[in-house]
Design a protein around this ligand. Structure first.
Ligand code: SER
Length: 325
């Protein structure tokens, strides 16, 4: 049986990816870890769980030695906006955590590691439209710096040790289950929740801010498809650009308004605007399509309808009288 270790399993991607891996490989095959245990009412799927601080090299080494996973999905990280509030901590968590995982994987002969990079590897000097796979990477956030360094470190472990490390550069991720935490693209999720709760959202980037985004089912599909690809077919191993959707904050508000006509949105940019302005607005993902067959399923209208359907169903279930649940 294939066994899998997930770090950051309580986070935005970790919540859905852990559930998908358990569906694919069985509950017993997937050990979920997180810095903190799941809080009551969190959407984390039930199953094996251990607390793990990825910055604690001894704890990482002991857990990998003991659990002997075939694959590790290393998701624990600090995102761009929260990273800027404490860049030193962001470096320790993002780079220290990745180094500890790669070392444990090397020493204990883990077969595969998945580690997500991000559009945050790019910066103001990068071409913003159809950003190429291989291009200028001079980011202006500590999160981006750690992702560039992390991509290089992963490539080093591939070439030096033959460790099979793979990853993609995720755009902003839109999800209905766990919320994102501390990212610049978080408005993409927050807008949906606000539309159904108060009917109004004050967006922290300008209306004309265009960023690449991806819906969670495509985000999970990318990770699973890349991990299933034949190693010799990969010329890149990590840092694959992924294009799925691109839209402005105003276009997202408009797409939601088609389903929630009373929804209003105002735009009051804060310090996250500068981060958003330094990132691409669209990506060339030809390498991912060519090397492992990447193809997204969701565009803006389809994602919007699905998101609102899921959030409405959850709100209805939460508001049901206990006797009917
Ligand atoms: N969603 C991330 C962020 O906004 C980018 O990878 O920080």
């Amino acid at each position: 049986m294939k066994t899998i270790l997930v770090t950051g399993a309580g986070g935005q991607i970790g919540t859905d990816l852990t559930a998908a891996l358990r569906t694919l490989h069985g509950d017993a095959a997937v050990l979920a870890t997180n810095r903190r245990p799941p809080s009551a009412g969190s959407p984390a799927a039930p199953g094996a769980f251990e607390v793990l601080d990825v910055t604690d090299s001894g704890a990482v080494d002991r857990l990998v030695r003991r659990s002997q996973p075939d694959a590790i999905y290393h998701l624990a990280a600090r995102l761009s906006a929260v990273g800027e509030t404490d860049p030193q901590r962001a470096w320790v968590v993002n780079m220290g955590g990745l180094y500890n995982i790669l070392e444990a994987a090397r020493l204990h002969k883990v077969r595969q590691v998945f580690w997500p990079s991000s559009i945050a590897v790019f910066g103001p000097d990068t071409p913003r439209e159809q950003t190429p796979q291989d291009t200028v990477m001079r980011p202006t956030t500590m999160y981006g710096v750690s992702k560039v360094a992390g991509e290089l470190l992963c490539d080093y472990y591939v070439s030096r040790y033959g460790l099979d490390v793979r990853g993609v550069r995720y755009p902003g991720v839109i999800s209905s289950e766990a919320p994102p935490g501390g990212g610049t693209t978080d408005y993409g999720v927050a807008m949906f929740h606000a539309a159904l709760s108060t009917g109004h959202y004050t967006c922290f980037v300008r209306e004309d801010t265009v960023l690449p985004m991806i819906y969670m089912p495509d985000c999970i599909k990318a990770a699973l498809d890349l991990m299933a690809a034949e190693f010799p077919r990969l010329r890149h191993h990590n840092g694959f650009n992924l294009a799925a959707m691109r839209f402005s904050a105003g276009e997202l508000a408009e797409a939601i308004r088609r389903h929630v006509p009373q929804f209003t949105c105002t735009f009051e940019p804060d310090e996250r605007q500068a981060i958003a302005d330094s990132w691409p607005s669209s990506l060339d993902d030809a390498a991912a399509r060519r090397e492992w067959g990447w193809r997204p399923d969701y565009d803006l209208p389809r994602m919007t309808a699905d998101m609102l359907g899921r959030l409405r169903a959850r709100r209805a279930a939460e508001h049901q009288p206990r006797s009917l649940q």
